[in-house]
Design a protein around this ligand. Structure first.
Ligand SMILES: C[S@@+](CC[C@H](N)C(=O)[O-])C[C@H]1O[C@@H](n2cnc3c(N)ncnc32)[C@H](O)[C@@H]1O
Length: 239
């Protein structure tokens, strides 16, 4: 199981790196790349008009602003990167959505605040995933749900290349390690699903990068796809 290490990237390092990503337009590219898997995730989370949703590590805020904001009671997006939050806030047109610079690992929220927490491609950056999953359980209502999208995980053959290519540290955990962490943190009804990525680049248009040094690695990444994890906070027994 992962442990917090003093060599793990600090909140300041994460904010600085993702401020640069935001300034260079990578926020929109991530939104495009993560949209398909996120839509699959949301379908299974029973989000409804009375839902109160937290997007932890929200980037430019596209999940709340573009996908679910109009259909929920209220939503909050948090991110360590002030540049990401500036973009999210500037695009927000609904008064019941808020965006704030805050750390997913130690949130400012009261217990039982949210009916749903989603976190898209962000949960492997926290220094101690178990502690963060416990924190998310604390701020979730009994019966509330958690949904994670994770592209960097051990069962995906491209992940070791990503870990090398990133300027930040990241937990490269297996599906079974994530499941164990969720259960250890107190979540129930833990589910996992891998969703192959659609619309793969054709071999003649493929450009190698540190993330995908060759086409075979790129293909194996798409075929393994995004890992969707879902879980629920135990609801009180019904009368
Ligand atoms: C790969 S990006 C994904 C952004 C967005 N969820 C998306 O799918 O477009 C990861 C995001 O998580 C944020 N992040 C990483 N660690 C965080 C933490 N401990 N608390 C809040 N945000 C965090 C980063 O600043 C970054 O914006």
């Amino acid at each position: 199981m992962p442990q917090q290490s003093s060599s793990f990237s600090s909140a300041h390092d994460v904010a600085t790196e993702f401020d640069q990503w935001a300034q260079s337009g990578r926020g929109d590219r991530m939104a495009d790349g993560h949209r398909y898997a996120t839509e699959q995730l949301l379908e299974g989370l029973a989000i409804a008009s009375d839902s109160v949703v937290l997007d932890a590590g929200c980037g430019i805020g596209w999940v709340l602003n573009d996908l679910i904001g109009e259909h929920i009671a209220s939503g909050v997006g948090i991110d360590l990167s002030a540049e990401m939050i500036d973009i999210a806030s500037s695009r927000c047109t609904l008064p019941h959505l808020k965006f704030a610079v805050s750390n997913s690992a130690q949130t400012p929220f009261e217990a039982n605040r949210f009916s749903h927490i989603v976190s898209i491609e962000s949960s492997y950056y926290v220094p101690d995933p178990l502690e963060t999953l416990r924190e998310w359980l604390r701020i979730t209502q009994p019966g509330g749900r958690l949904g994670l999208v994770i592209d960097l995980y051990q069962d995906n053959p491209a992940s070791p290349y990503w870990v090398e290519a990133l300027s930040l540290t990241a937990h490269n955990l297996s599906v079974s390690q994530w499941r164990s962490l969720l259960l250890s943190a107190g979540w129930t009804q833990v589910g996992d699903r891998q969703v192959p990525l659609p619309g793969q680049i054709k071999p003649d248009a493929f450009i190698p990068s540190p993330y995908f040094p060759n086409y075979d690695i790129y293909r194996s990444y798409c075929d393994a796809g995004s890992l969707l994890l879902t879980a629920q906070k135990l609801a009180p027994p019904s009368e």
